[in-house]
Ligand binder design. Structure first.
Ligand code: 8X3
Length: 255
């Protein structure tokens, strides 16, 4: 039990990397605050993790684009959840894959509001708690798309590039406070990511991960756990992780 009695807050916890982090951190004894939009999923995840790992959980069925509801939820956390030790800023999405000149304003807004503004809102609410106790860890889930811009990725790539920049900014601005920051840039991970990007087109989504072995959500959760369990003088700042078959967004060894 590496994280006994710690409190970890995870956004986008209902599926994929967020859900895997919840499971892995619970397994190590961390209590959990799970945020997501799908209440039924959050409820059953919390129940099963409490039962299996004997930890405490609380969930908020919140869209992180809504600063007011996020603030009310965090401000009214029961005492035992108030001392947040680890924040995993995971919530994020890609919507559509198309040329910028044909882009949809509502997709752009949703990506920018979730991936950038939602991450900022959560960080603004949680970081003062960490700074007050002179310790904490913020893990931001960015993407290889934030390092290499690929065709038709435009706004999604921009939001992930912003995530990397904000991770760097957090490390600078919180230097000396005891709060550590890590930015993780995953390559292709098979989750609901492509199903969301292609708006429910299952065939198109599953093609993304055909003919090579993609990463799975647990691979990223495993890295987040490693990062979060280093001694307090060690801050891993930036990690890029791809499937062995992927060199960059363009070069994927598909058999
Ligand atoms: C997900 C990875 O390469 O599909 O962020 O953009 S990629």
């Amino acid at each position: 039990m590496k994280l006994n009695d710690k409190v970890t807050l995870i956004t986008g916890a209902t599926a994929g990397i967020g859900e895997s982090c919840a499971k892995l951190f619970a397994q190590q004894g961390s209590n959990l605050i799970l945020i997501g939009r799908r209440e039924e999923r959050l409820k059953s995840l919390c129940l099963s993790l409490e039962k299996e790992y004997n930890i405490k959980t609380i969930y908020g069925a919140i869209d992180i684009r809504n600063y007011q509801s996020l603030r009310e939820f965090i401000d009214s956390l029961p005492t035992k959840f108030q001392n947040i030790d680890i924040l995993i800023n995971n919530a994020g999405k890609a919507l559509g894959l198309g040329a910028i000149q044909e882009g949809l304003i509502e997709d752009w807004n949703e990506m920018i509001d979730t991936n950038i503004k939602g991450l900022l809102y959560t960080t603004k609410l949680v970081s003062p708690i960490m700074i007050a106790k002179k310790s904490g860890f913020i893990i931001n889930i960015s993407s290889i798309a934030g390092i290499v811009t690929y065709p038709k990725g435009n706004v999604y790539c921009a939001t992930k590039s912003a995530t990397r920049t904000l991770s760097e900014a957090m490390a600078i601005d919180m230097n000396g406070t005891g709060v550590r920051i890590c930015n993780i840039n995953p390559g292709m991970v098979e989750t609901e990511f492509s199903l969301v990007r292609f708006k429910g087109d299952n065939e198109r989504a599953s093609k993304t991960y055909q003919s090579f072995q993609p990463l799975v959500a647990e691979d990223i959760a495993d890295i987040a756990l490693f990062v979060a369990t280093r001694p307090s003088h060690v801050m891993i700042q930036d990690i890029t992780v791809t499937p062995t078959a992927q060199a960059n967004p363009y070069i994927v060894d598909k058999k």
